[in-house]
Design a protein around this ligand. Structure first.
Ligand SMILES: Cc1cc2nc3c(=O)[nH]c(=O)nc-3n(C[C@H](O)[C@H](O)[C@H](O)COP(=O)(O)OP(=O)(O)OC[C@H]3O[C@@H](n4cnc5c(N)ncnc54)[C@H](O)[C@@H]3O)c2cc1C
Ligand code: SF4
Length: 348
């Protein structure tokens, strides 16, 4: 019996790693602290994903099905790793469900934590019920109920989406760009306009980072085809006049104050380091990078390495990542781990 590879985290990155290993006949043990697999897209109820336009429950749900049906993958949900000892080719992990796993290598695919908008109180979340987050709007869309104001269930006539909430914000210790929220927000704006054609949607931004090919499909299309309005602004606060939400700030293109009333304000929340990262780093003996994500040992030569030989990392555990990049990194980490437990390299 081949030694399995331990995979921690069953989101897109961990699922990709387990599937890749299964395809080459390599057993793995997949551990996730949540009570079901799928990671953020499933646990947070995302709607249609960018850039594929597929529903998260179909796209990522399909990845979950593929893994749970694979006899080479032993799944432990509702489980964490309590201890981890040994070296490459001979690790021992104690799981919180009482199981002991002997593994040749480990892959950490433990992902990220959504930014908690309560840490940005001046923008109204937690004070006004109609100030919501992108994940809440994703859930409204994926549940089929549609985009409605939580306070009274009415259809909003004006929606503001505020970008960079919990990202690129030194004041609250979050300097990083979360990479995907501009694109997700442009897509969400188009979905709102499609469902509610009379609703005006404004996107407040510092810079637009619909990187690569997303520029045409999301940034330009949202403006030209869906008439979404973009305002380059520095936002001061979100308040209420008792009837409407009021977004106050400065239009930084014309350098004038701008105050607009809205029915709903959406925070495009960023990707924080996983709140467990300190514990994960201690348990697995791996280093964190400066912001608190799991550190990468080597970016080019051996992608997926951590500071500890035999322990690899993939996906949003390493910093904000898209789903497709997380999947790519899951495959890369699987390949690295296989290099430890798999057939030895044929002599050249
Ligand atoms: C609002 C929003 C919308 C987004 N929409 C898109 C989109 O449309 N397209 C796109 O490409 N990207 C999107 N993203 C980014 C996407 O969520 C990530 O790219 C993706 O989830 C990363 O996958 P992952 O497997 O690395 O991590 P995760 O999805 O975070 O999965 C990590 C898994 O590890 C588990 N875990 C965590 N800690 C532990 C632990 N200590 N022990 C055991 N298990 C643990 C978790 O339960 C989870 O199942 C969006 C992000 C946000 C914030
Ligand atoms: S992707 Fe856009 S919204 Fe997200 S942090 Fe970067 S610039 Fe801000």
């Amino acid at each position: 019996m081949k030694q399995p590879i331990l995979i921690v985290g069953g989101g897109p990155a961990g699922l990709a790693a387990a599937h890749a290993l299964g395809r080459v006949g390599q057993p793995s043990v997949l551990v996730d602290k949540a009570d079901r697999l799928g990671g953020a897209p499933i646990l947070s109820g995302y709607a249609k994903l960018v850039p594929s336009g597929e529903w998260a429950r179909d796209a990522i749900g399909g990845m979950v099905q593929r893994v749970v049906q694979d006899k080479l993958v032993e799944v432990h949900t509702g489980t964490t790793v309590k201890s981890f000892a040994g070296g490459p080719g001979a690790f021992t992990a104690e799981l919180s469900d009482g199981a002991t796993v002997r593994a040749g290598a480990a892959i950490l695919a433990t992902g990220f934590t959504h930014f908690d908008s309560l840490n940005k109180p001046e923008w109204g979340f937690g004070t006004f019920p109609d100030v919501v987050t992108t994940t809440q709007v994703e859930q409204m869309i994926s549940s089929g109920k549609g985009v409605r104001c939580p306070s009274d269930g009415r259809k909003p006539q004006r929606v503001a989406i505020l970008l960079c909430v919990g990202s690129r914000d030194r004041q609250i210790g979050r300097e990083w760009c979360s990479k995907i929220c501009c694109t997700v927000s442009a897509n969400m704006a188009m979905e709102i306009r499609e469902e509610l054609p009379d609703c005006h949607v404004y996107i407040y931004y510092m810079d637009i980072r619909t990187f690569g090919l997303y520029e045409t499909k999301y940034y330009w299309r949202s403006q030209e085809e869906f008439k979404v309005k973009y305002i380059k602004a520095r936002i001061a606060e979100v308040t209420s006049d008792g009837h409407k939400l009021i977004v106050k700030g400065e239009d930084t293109l014309v350098k004038r104050p701008v105050t607009i009333p809205f029915d709903m304000v959406v925070h495009a929340i960023g990707m924080d380091p996983n709140v467990d990262n300190k514990t994960i780093a201690e348990t697995f003996g791996v280093a964190l990078e400066q912001h608190g994500y799991l550190g990468r040992g080597n970016t080019y030569g051996n992608m997926g390495e951590t500071s500890r030989p035999g322990v690899f990392v993939a996906g949003a555990a390493t910093g904000p990542e898209t789903i497709d990049d997380s999947i790519g990194q899951g495959h890369a980490a699987a390949m690295q781990a296989l290099g430890i437990v798999g057939p030895s390299r044929a002599s050249a």
